[in-house]
Design a protein. Structure first.
Length: 299
């Protein structure tokens, strides 16, 4: 049933209104930021108490609701995945950036990059650098919105995995603001790293399989540790080898480390190559889920 639910999710994703959902997630982040301020009492364990205070009732409610729905549990899974897997927006955004760069509309490309789903410190002035930045944002966002939630959806029962991954991502955004107390920032980063450790490596492997496998694995092994966050580094390093592009850390927190690949490094061409890579990885994931479902039926 995973295959059917995910297929319906991708088909219905384009029909989902974006604005109300983004407003709801914005309200959730504001509430989590308020929770950090309300529970901060100068102790290192305060963020973990705040996390348990919200996460435990959420887990109990998800388990009880799915149990009460019984046969309609798949409908709940579909609703949760539609909230988590916001794929059409990022794909459309990347295509718009590629077209703007291709047509020489630098101001439009810069404006689109400022609206990126990842918080960016700066927008580079060069068109090629903007193209690489768009590729980095695309790959990391697709991982966060689709590949990682699907990984946890398959691994954990029902919608619990995607729901908790979404919660941890929103908590990370809320608790890593400049005004957040340092212990909350550290706790949020640690939680996201725990939640991303396996999914990030699964995404990097999928990228390597559908791209240039040898170069992707080499770049992954040699360069992943040079990114600010190793889980993101695994994805971007694998993609740099798979695509033959120079990719760096989109947050620019540490000095940029770029691969020395020599493939198509044009501004728009790199984005379109990355879009093709994403779609191939999605098809690979669906094929794996279909084979898994057939194996369960036969077994």
């Amino acid at each position: 049933m995973h295959f059917t639910t995910l297929l319906l999710t991708l088909l219905l994703d384009r029909l989902r209104p974006a604005a109300p959902l983004e407003a709801m997630l914005g309200s959730l982040r504001a509430a989590l930021a308020g929770l950090a301020r309300a529970t901060w009492a100068g102790e290192a364990h305060n963020p973990w108490l705040a996390f348990v205070l919200v996460a435990l009732p959420l887990a109990i409610a998800a388990v009880l609701l799915r149990g009460l729905l019984d046969g309609l549990g798949l409908l709940l899974d579909l609703v949760v995945l539609l909230v988590v897997a916001r794929v059409a927006d990022i794909l459309q955004w990347a295509d718009q950036v590629a077209r703007a760069l291709d047509e020489g509309r630098d101001a439009d490309a810069a404006a689109l990059l400022r609206l990126a789903p990842l918080p960016l410190a700066t927008v580079p002035a060069q068109a090629a650098a903007r193209g690489r930045l768009a590729v980095e944002v695309l790959l990391l966002t697709i991982h966060t919105r689709l590949f990682a939630p699907v990984f946890w959806y398959v691994l954990l029962p029902g919608c619990i995995g995607p729901l908790f991954y979404l919660f941890i991502c929103q908590l990370h955004l809320a608790w890593t603001r400049p005004d957040a107390p340092p212990p909350y920032r550290d706790a949020a980063q640690r939680l996201l790293r725990w939640a991303d450790w396996l999914p990030a490596r699964a995404t990097a492997l999928a990228i390597a399989v559908v791209g240039d496998f040898e170069d992707a694995v080499y770049a992954w092994r040699q360069q992943a540790a040079n990114w600010t966050v190793m889980e993101e580094g695994a994805i971007l390093a694998s993609a740099s080898g798979a695509l033959g592009l120079e990719l760096g850390d989109p947050r620019r927190v540490t000095p940029e480390f770029a691969t020395q690949a020599s493939g198509d490094d044009t501004a728009a061409g790199g984005i379109r190559s990355a879009l093709g890579l994403v779609w191939r990885a999605i098809v690979l994931g669906f094929a794996a889920l279909l084979l898994l479902g057939v194996g369960r039926m036969v077994g």
